[in-house]
Design a protein around this ligand. Structure first.
Ligand SMILES: [Zn+2]
Length: 102
């Protein structure tokens, strides 16, 4: 599963997959699902999640300032609030795009 094209349309990331499917992920959901250690925290050997103190999200946190593709592996957005360490694998993007189960 790989994207054919990635485009930002308004407040959504539009992904056209190589199999012809199209997904639209709201940028807010994308940011809230940021997979970087800073946003998701890190789990220690005891299973305790350590989350560095994170800044509250503001309107700019959901605005893309630019983005790049990482070595054919994933998508790396840079947000207008300066955050840009999260790398979204294709598989993860696909999961984010899926409607919540149930
Ligand atoms: Zn993050």
């Amino acid at each position: 599963m790989r994207p054919d094209t990635l485009t930002v349309i308004g407040t959504e990331l539009a992904i056209k997959w190589t199999d012809g499917r199209e997904d639209f992920i709201p940028l807010e959901r994308l940011r809230r699902g940021c997979p970087c250690a800073n946003c998701q925290g890190e789990t220690d050997v005891l299973g305790v999640v350590h989350r560095p103190e994170s800044k509250p999200l503001v309107a700019q946190s959901f605005t893309l300032s630019t983005y790049g593709l990482v070595g054919g592996y994933g998508f790396q957005p840079r947000w207008a609030d300066g955050h840009g360490t999260g790398i979204y694998s294709w598989e993860y993007l696909h999961r984010l795009a899926a409607p919540p189960a149930g």
